[in-house]
Design a protein around this ligand. Structure first.
Ligand code: ADP
Ligand code: MG
Length: 222
């Protein structure tokens, strides 16, 4: 369960807060779409939940732990196997293979053999077994994004944050990602997904709209 109580986000050069007194509860296993105009604060909201903003004194709890009261190192350790993020720009490392890209973020924390076995299994599950030794430039955008999902899932997170995950993909690859999201959701993971694409947004159990710093339940049509 994720709870935000009275959360504000502001950036120093901006006069008004990007998010104002946000109250948001997301139950475990829920799939929530976050929509709203560009610059409305969708990415900022995901960062709040990822524990990656600074100077957040407000009340943000994950499984009843107020994450921002933890020292930074402890917060990252607490979140490492709970929250993972997939980005619009796949963010794979070009000099490493598919298998290495999936394993790399966790190599400092877990045994190599264990990670390799899990990574191979995840790469099989996303249908890219034949690509395991390939490098990012040899893959299509859709394939690269599937690798990014495998990388995010390696830590077995309970919460998956997706920031415009289909923003760089054509509709065929978007549909493949939607199917992948459905499988992930069916496994009980919580998905919070920012998107501009109504077809992606409507897959969720619930949609929230950010507008002028305020979160509205449902889709707000201007
Ligand atoms: N690190 C930052 N420093 C200063 N301003 C930022 C930062 N990140 C985002 N902003 C500003 O905050 C607003 C909301 O950004 P963002 O959360 O990325 O919105 P969205 O994802 O909905 O496009 C924008 O005006 C953006 O320019
Ligand atoms: Mg954004």
């Amino acid at each position: 369960m994720i709870a935000l109580e009275n959360v504000c986000v502001s950036y120093t050069h901006l006069e008004t807060a990007i998010l104002q007194n946000v109250h948001l509860h997301i139950s475990s296993g829920e799939w929530v779409s976050v929509v709203g105009p560009s610059g409305s604060g969708k990415t900022s909201l995901l960062k709040v939940i990822a524990g990656s903003l600074k100077n957040m004194e407000e009340h943000v709890t994950i499984n009843d732990t107020p994450i921002y009261t933890l020292p930074t190192n402890e917060r990252h350790a607490f979140l490492r196997n709970k929250v993972a993020t997939v980005y619009q720009q796949f963010r794979l490392l070009p000099q490493f293979s598919v298998l290495e890209n999936v394993m790399l973020p966790l190599l400092p924390y877990q045994k190599r053999k264990h990670l390799k076995d899990k990574a191979i299994q995840l790469i099989d599950e996303i249908g890219l077994h034949h690509r395991i030794t390939h490098f990012p430039h040899q893959l299509s955008g859709g394939e690269q994004q599937r690798v990014a999902f495998a990388r995010a899932l390696l830590s077995e997170p309970t919460i998956l944050l997706c920031d415009e995950p289909t923003g760089n993909l054509d509709s065929a690859n978007r549909d493949i990602i939607i199917q992948l999201l459905k499988q992930i959701h069916a496994k009980g993971k919580t998905i919070i997904l920012a998107t501009h694409d109504p077809i992606v947004a409507e897959q969720a159990d619930r949609t929230i709209t950010i507008q002028d710093g305020v979160i509205h339940e449902g889709e707000v049509v201007e």
